[in-house]
Write a protein that binds this ligand. Structure first.
Ligand code: MF3
Ligand code: CO
Length: 250
């Protein structure tokens, strides 16, 4: 494993990238309304990235055909935007987006309720947000990758949910996906030791039912095997001497 640590100056540029990405997510949040199509959201993301003179990170990545990944309800990640997919009241929609700024990547995801979602649906969304927060809090010098995984997994499983194993978080920097992989499960005190300058994308995918997923025939869209709901949150975080620094925020 070769982990590219970043200098403070590089982390500063990644923080610029992260702030721009957070601004785009804020625009997207306003566009999540009943009746919008997932292609509408992709168009908002593409225009907002362009307006900031940044570049979308996902389009063309391994042939991915859009700017934004839009994953509705039982879709876990990597949903492809479509003019035919219309958001309905009570849905949840995961928006996963990356951009490139001055040669550095930022990556983050959020799951929004559409209109009025049920209390049980909102509990899944809030639990997944808290699982991410627990993982971010472990991104400290001297901690280990397994500390992040255990923290995420514990929050999800204590709430009666399960974490997806097939997709994991990742290092990020001049490439979208760098070492180390960052699983959303694991055991405290195991795995790579974290040091200052590591930058990680932590991205729990939490299923209301079982952990298994399958990929649809479009080659991208991952859905829960049992059809239950799934939520996804992601931030890019730098490990610093002063503790975790979340970069994908306003
Ligand atoms: N946040 C996801 C990831 O880090 C999104 C990648 S989607 C792709 O893997 F389109 F770029 F493949
Ligand atoms: Co990611």
């Amino acid at each position: 494993m070769s982990v590219e640590t970043k200098s403070p100056a590089e982390v500063a540029v990644m923080a610029e990238a992260g702030k721009l990405l957070a601004e785009v997510h804020a625009e997207l949040a306003k566009a999540v309304v009943v009746g919008a199509t997932t292609a509408d959201l992709d168009a908002v993301a593409a225009a907002a990235i362009k307006a900031r003179k940044a570049k979308p990170a996902f389009v063309g990545y391994r042939g991915y055909p859009a700017t934004l990944c839009v994953s509705v309800n039982d879709e876990v990640v990597h949903g492809i935007p479509s003019k035919k997919r219309v958001l309905a009241d009570g849905d949840i929609v995961g928006l996963d987006l990356g951009l490139v700024w001055k040669g550095f990547y930022a990556d983050s995801a959020v799951t929004h309720p559409v209109g009025k979602a049920s209390p049980e649906t909102l509990r899944l969304v809030e639990t997944t947000r808290k699982a991410l927060e627990a993982g971010l809090a472990q991104a400290c010098v001297g901690h280990r990758i397994g500390d992040i995984g255990e923290a995420v997994q514990t929050v999800a499983e204590k709430a009666g949910y399960s974490v997806v194993r097939e997709f994991v978080g990742h290092g990020i920097g001049r490439s979208l996906h760098e070492d180390p992989p960052v699983p959303n499960y694991g055991r405290r005190g195991t795995g790579l030791r974290l040091s200052a300058g590591m930058v990680l994308a932590i991205e729990p995918m939490v299923n209301a039912g079982g952990p298994d997923v399958k990929v649809l025939s479009d080659g991208w869209t991952a859905v829960t095997a049992d059809g239950a709901l799934s939520a996804h949150f992601e931030h890019t975080v730098a490990v610093t001497e002063d503790g975790p620094r979340v970069l994908t925020v306003l």
